[in-house]
Design a protein around this ligand. Structure first.
Ligand code: ATP
Ligand code: MG
Length: 288
């Protein structure tokens, strides 16, 4: 793939912005400097990630694609400080990640809602544990915080399900709630690890559109891991391809399509050509 991709797209109406009060927060730029991860030692050492460098600007939406086991989830764990690099550095806002309190939102393939809490209460969980929201949780949970949850639920079409329990919702509805929970504390950095992987194609496309609206409203920095090249092309403004395990980034290209993007665009010849290029590159690295 070379030179990114340019095409015009028909532009759907921008949805109304919900009122989302919150503190002004400096957004981090994100950087990996030759960061590698090795598990174990000696004969049993497994290199999960070869030295990898990556820079993200605030508000970037980057999709990470590559063969299974190449280290995509490992990169997310490095960035979220769940894992420390064996060599190299992870910098957030110019500082080492471990030295900084990050405000991160995460959504993975499995929504893992707490079954004894309603959807509204599940979405509020980050507000209960993340500062500065934690301080005022007791006073605000029935006022400002509940309004915030309801605004998000409205935006994903779940306004009538706030007081339902997780087992009363479908897989697609749970994943929509999961996105609300990932965004409720206004994260600077949103980490998505195959969040739409378990859904049928129609629900997936519906959620891509919801995700696009949520992103355009808030413009967090987003790192999306996916195996779905159409998902990467529709949502991201940059796509990085990784080599087979132990992975590193072998291609980093912009997606120069104006946002918001129309979902019908994914069936256009230019878009199909782009995803085919990515597919061939991944097939190539899988076989080497
Ligand atoms: N805790 C661990 N101990 C040992 N090896 C690990 C550990 N976690 C991950 N690995 C190995 O590191 C490599 C990269 O794993 P990672 O989960 O990042 O892959 P991935 O690109 O996300 O794959 P997939 O697309 O299948 O989710 C894999 O080979 C995996 O077996
Ligand atoms: Mg993974």
């Amino acid at each position: 793939m070379s030179g990114g991709m340019n095409m015009s797209a028909s532009i759907p109406a921008t949805p109304a912005k919900p009122a989302m009060p919150g503190p002004v927060h400096i957004r981090p730029a994100l950087e990996l400097q030759d960061a590698s991860v090795v598990f174990g030692a000696g004969d049993k050492a497994v290199t999960a990630l070869s030295p990898t460098s990556l820079k993200m600007k605030s508000g970037d939406f980057l999709a990470l694609v590559g063969p299974s086991g190449c280290g995509k989830s490992t990169i997310l764990k490095l960035v979220s400080n769940l894992l420390h690099p064996s060599s190299g550095l992870v910098l957030v806002g110019g500082k080492e990640a471990k030295a900084k309190e990050l405000r991160i939102g995460m959504a993975f393939q499995n929504p893992t809602m707490l079954p004894w809490l309603t959807i509204e209460q599940n979405i509020m969980v980050p507000l209960k544990i993340v500062e500065p929201f934690k301080k005022t949780f007791r006073q605000d949970k029935k006022g400002a915080f509940r309004d915030r949850v309801h605004a998000l639920l409205r935006q994903v079409g779940l306004q009538d399900f706030a007081t339902h329990y997780p087992w009363q919702l479908s897989g697609g509805m749970l994943q929509r709630s999961n996105l609300c929970r990932a965004l409720i504390h206004e994260p600077d950095l949103l980490l998505l690890d195959e969040p739409f992987g378990a859904l049928d194609q129609f629900t997936r496309e519906e959620l891509w559109q919801i995700m696009q609206n949520l992103y355009l409203d808030r413009k967090p920095t987003v790192l999306l891991v996916t195996h779905d090249l159409r998902e990467a092309g529709y949502l991201a403004n940059r796509i990085c391809v990784m080599s087979a395990r132990p992975g590193r980034i072998i291609s980093d290209e912009p997606v120069n399509i104006p946002q918001p993007r129309d979902i019908g665009m994914i069936y256009s010849p230019e878009f199909v050509e782009m995803t085919q290029g990515l597919r061939e590159l991944i097939a190539q690295v899988r076989s080497t």
